[in-house]
Write a protein that binds this ligand. Structure first.
Ligand code: AHM
Ligand code: MG
Length: 341
């Protein structure tokens, strides 16, 4: 007789975790559930992406008379709608919007949380059927409940995150999140429409043998990064080198692979972009929280923890080194040895 399939669902795990905080009112749990629901809708659309030419291209009207939206715009609207209707969130900051979006209906004004989100990350991969992701970060507001959210609610250090996570729309869709009690992963089972627990207390290897960086930009990298790349490519049996180079160009997918297998992801400063490309609020902070909770590291390459940056603007960028702890340490060693003038 086949074994009985009895998965633990996202909601069950969230509720179980909530019991670790005896005074919790369940708001954060409900908020995570709302994100889970929005994710299922985005998953459905992402999986239809290849049908765009059949259903009508972006900007045109499809056979049902619906206007086709770009997937990233669709995902943004979807998450904003889900968070607005939750009544638990008083505002969001999205990579897609220049300014914060304030929810000022009566219920939302009493919401204790704000959310920073990159609704669909990996824009260059959206149209070509390569993995993309959603990244989110949840903070307790610092302005008093009942008032409109303000920018200061969003410009908090990553150490203040109440929860963070990502969704990877890959060969299967997975949701990985943390509330500071470890990193937990769920795989979406479309046959029952649920995220099912697949990784409890994810632990990333301390050493790895994958390095992920856009080597096309090599010429523009700081000397420390150039030297570290050469180190990764050298032969040394004791340290399993040469390492493998893997770069998808979707942060979530590159990070997720390295989290499971062990590796380092680097998006450093370049001559033209001294702060790199990735955004502190929407990309680096949530990923850094997840990395640390899984035993990994996330720094700016110069010894500073990403989670300790005090943001000064919504769309601030930061150089990003994350992954297996000893690999990040080694890369930083090269950065120290070859400081750029
Ligand atoms: P996006 O927010 O426009 O999608 O850019 C973020 C993405 C990350 O997912 C990825 O790590 C990086 O940009 C890739 O950039 P590049 O193409 O410069 O290597
Ligand atoms: Mg992005």
């Amino acid at each position: 007789m086949p074994a009985k399939y009895q998965p633990m669902t996202l909601n069950e795990v969230i509720i179980q975790e909530q019991s670790a905080f005896p005074y919790a009112k369940g708001e954060l749990s409900r908020l995570l559930s709302h994100i889970g629901i929005a994710t299922k809708i985005v998953h459905r659309e992402v999986n239809k992406a290849g049908l765009v030419d059949i259903l009508g291209s972006v900007g045109s009207t499809n056979v049902q008379g619906e206007k086709q939206q770009k997937l990233d715009v669709f995902a943004n609207d979807q998450f904003i709608a889900a968070l607005r209707s939750s009544g638990i969130v008083c505002g969001i900051a999205s990579e897609e919007n220049d300014e914060i979006v304030i929810f000022d209906d009566e219920l939302s004004l009493d919401g204790k949380y704000v959310v920073c989100i990159d609704p669909l990350d990996g824009s260059s991969n959206i149209d070509v059927n390569v993995s993309i992701g959603t990244i989110f970060s949840i903070y307790r507001r610092i302005t008093p409940v009942g008032m409109k959210a303000e920018i200061s609610d969003f410009l908090q250090e990553g150490t203040k995150q109440a929860a963070a996570g990502y969704v990877i729309y890959g060969s299967s869709t997975m949701l990985v999140y943390t509330t500071g009690l470890g990193t937990t992963g769920f795989t979406y089972d479309p046959s029952i429409g649920e995220f099912c627990l697949s990784y409890k207390f994810m632990k990333t290897p301390e050493h790895g043998k994958i390095y992920s960086i856009n080597e096309g930009n090599y010429i523009h990298f700081p000397m420390g990064v150039k030297k570290y790349i050469k180190y990764c490519q050298e032969i040394d049996k004791a340290t399993n080198r040469p390492y493998s180079s893997r770069y998808i160009g979707s942060l979530v997918a590159d990070f997720h692979r390295n989290l499971l297998k062990g590796g380092i992801f680097i998006y450093p400063s370049t001559e033209s972009n001294p702060n790199g490309k990735l955004r502190l609020l929407y990309e680096c902070n949530p990923i850094a929280f997840l990395a640390e909770q899984a035993g990994g590291k996330a720094t700016d390459g110069k010894g500073k923890r990403i989670l300790e940056f005090k943001p000064d603007s919504l769309h601030q960028r930061v150089p990003f080194f994350t992954g297996s702890r000893y690999m990040v340490d080694k890369a930083e060693e090269f950065m120290r040895e070859f400081p750029d003038k």
